[in-house]
Design a protein around this ligand. Structure first.
Ligand code: AMP
Ligand code: TRP
Length: 343
């Protein structure tokens, strides 16, 4: 049950792929799981955000469940935390409209992820939805009065916008209108890089051979790690600046083994890159084996999974409904008249 005396965490991941990747896991999902003991956690499959890339409807439907199953398999505990699908709680879009009306056009235009994505799509492919994506994200966070938002580094600017909007609400409509959230970014795994291009972040829209999907088979994982681009050096040491490819492998190893990258580098000092890669592949395979099995179990029982999501929706709606009503009232919107019991 939710405990109101505890701080609240909110985060979401888009259902835009059949499998999450190692960047999602190390950058975000693993922190989500760890926070559950100390925070009141609300986690969402953010399907409305996924609409900004015009997904095929059938694929989206499948991926919403697949993503929820992976949250659970990673250790999100529905007894402890709220797990739900964003579009099932209409206050997210309602609050987005209110926030749209206090967000500067120039302010939204400065979001680097929008600039990058729209540059790739060109004029014709850019929608108002893509432009508004960060405002919807702010609505997600503010609708739960979240104190902290566990994410990877790439989301920092979006969370800054959420903070600015919360501060603006409070200064315009009075203290207590919105809670000002903080990003919670685990520095050591804030940015996992593409295995083929260690200057780019690991991403589902990146190089296909550059990502490790959490549901990849052991064979694929071994292949991806073996063919990871390393640097021209031959000495294993922790030097992210000059040896970014190697540093990425060391960072992944360290995160999974519970060590620091320096310690791992020390352990492999004098050994060959190939040696590190073989051991890393083994480590990743073993870490992901139970995850893959649990995901399959959750997906084998869609009715039970839908039941869990329905319970999550009810809990999420109760929180977001109350927060939205509070904020809407401050804007001067007229609450719906209570006509009493229907005749
Ligand atoms: P997305 O798949 O874009 O919805 O991202 C979900 C979460 O994973 C967000 O918190 C991101 O910041 C995080 N994330 C995505 N890619 C990476 C990466 N390469 N390294 C670290 N975190 C990441
Ligand atoms: N934009 C985030 C991403 O791509 C996903 C997201 C949507 C999110 N709403 C959120 C993350 C609210 C944290 C909080 O990673």
């Amino acid at each position: 049950m939710l405990d109101v005396s505890r701080l609240r965490a909110f985060s979401g991941i888009q259902p835009t792929a059949d499998s999450l990747h190692l960047g999602n896991y190390l950058g975000a999902l693993r922190q989500w799981v760890a926070l559950q003991d100390d925070y009141d956690c609300v986690y969402s499959v953010v399907d409305l955000h996924a609409l900004t890339v015009s997904p095929d409807p059938a694929a989206l439907r499948t991926r919403v469940r697949a993503t929820a199953a992976q949250f659970l398999a990673a250790g999100v505990n529905p007894e402890q935390s709220v797990l739900f699908v964003q579009s099932q709680v209409p206050e997210h879009t309602q609050l987005t409209w209110l926030l749209n009306c206090i967000t500067g056009f120039g302010e939204a235009s400065r979001m680097t992820q929008f600039k990058d994505k729209s540059a790739k799509l060109g004029d014709k492919g850019v929608t108002v939805g893509l432009f508004d994506y960060p405002v919807l994200m702010a609505a997600d966070i503010l609708a739960y009065d979240a104190n902290v938002v566990p994410v990877g580094e790439d989301q920092r600017q979006h969370i800054e916008l959420s903070r600015d909007l919360a501060i603006r609400l409070n200064s315009r409509f009075g203290e207590g209108t919105a809670r000002v959230p903080e990003a919670l970014i685990m520095q050591s795994t804030a940015r996992i890089y593409d295995l083929q291009d260690p200057k780019a972040k690991m991403s589902k829209t990146g190089h296909p051979a550059g990502i490790i999907e959490l549901l990849d088979s052991p064979k694929v994982i071994t292949k991806r790690i073996k063919s990871a681009v390393t640097d021209s050096g031959t000495v294993i040491k922790w030097d992210p600046k000059n040896q970014p490819g190697l540093a990425n492998l060391l960072a992944i190893y360290a995160a999974l083994a519970g060590q620091t990258p320096e310690e791992v580098a020390q352990q492999y000092c004098g050994k060959l890159y190939g040696h590190l890669k073989v051991d890393l592949a083994e480590l990743v395979i073993e870490a992901l084996r139970p995850f893959r099995e649990r995901t399959a179990e959750y997906l084998a029982d869609p009715a039970a999974l839908d039941g869990l999501l329905e319970e999550g929706r009810e809990k999420a709606a109760a929180i977001a409904g109350a927060v939205y009503a509070r904020i809407a009232e401050r804007f001067g919107l007229t609450p719906r008249a209570n006509r009493g019991p229907a005749a």
